[in-house]
Design a protein around this ligand. Structure first.
Ligand code: ZN
Length: 154
C-alpha cells in the first residue's frame, strides 16, 4: 500500500473513531414532531367561544409514526422538554451515523482504488483478465518510499 493511501486511511479511521466515540455520550432518542395546539372547551360562556376567541392552550402534542401507525400524545410542559431533548439526541445520532457512512464510503473509495491497481498493475500493455483472477493479491513486501523509483524501472 502506498504511503499516501495509508495516510488517507489512517486519517479516515481516526475521524471515524472520533465520531463513533460521541455516540455513547448521547442519551435516549425519540422521533416525531411536537406541535402547539390551542382548543375550545365545551363551556359556551368561556372566553374560548368569544369573538375573537381566547383559546385554551397552548397544549403540546407529540405525533410520530410507530410501526406504521400514527401515534399522538399530549405532553405536559415538563414532558415537552424531555421529548425535545430526546429528539435532539435522535438528530445527533442520525447525523453521526450519516457521517460514519460518509467516512466509510471514502475509505472504501481509497481501498477500491488500491484493489483495482493491485488487480491490474499499471503497464503500457492491456491488463490480461485471465491473469491472476479472483481475490486481491497480498500487499507487496517492498519497503515504503522506494516503490516510486521501482515503478519507473523499464
Ligand atoms: Zn373554554
Amino acid at each position: 500500500m502506498s504511503a499516501d493511501a495509508e495516510r488517507q486511511l489512517a486519517r479516515l479511521r481516526a475521524r471515524f473513531h472520533q465520531k463513533a466515540q460521541q455516540l455513547p455520550k448521547l442519551g435516549f432518542v425519540i422521533r416525531g414532531t411536537i406541535i402547539e395546539r390551542f382548543s375550545r372547551c365545551g363551556s359556551l360562556g368561556c372566553g374560548c367561544h368569544d369573538d375573537p376567541p381566547r383559546l385554551h392552550g397552548p397544549y403540546w402534542q407529540w405525533t410520530a409514526k410507530v410501526n406504521g401507525k400514527t401515534v399522538t400524545r399530549n405532553l405536559s410542559d415538563h414532558q415537552v422538554e424531555r421529548y425535545r431533548e430526546w429528539m435532539d439526541n435522535a438528530l445527533r445520532v442520525d447525523q453521526l451515523v450519516h457521517e460514519l457512512h460518509e467516512l466509510s464510503a471514502q475509505a472504501d473509495e481509497v481501498l477500491r482504488t488500491l484493489e483495482r491497481e493491485a488487480a491490474a498493475p499499471k503497464k503500457k500493455n492491456r491488463p490480461n483478465p485471465s491473469r491472476r483472477s479472483g481475490r486481491a493479491g497480498s500487499p507487496h513486501p517492498t519497503a515504503s518510499g522506494t516503490s516510486a523509483s521501482d515503478a519507473r524501472r523499464p
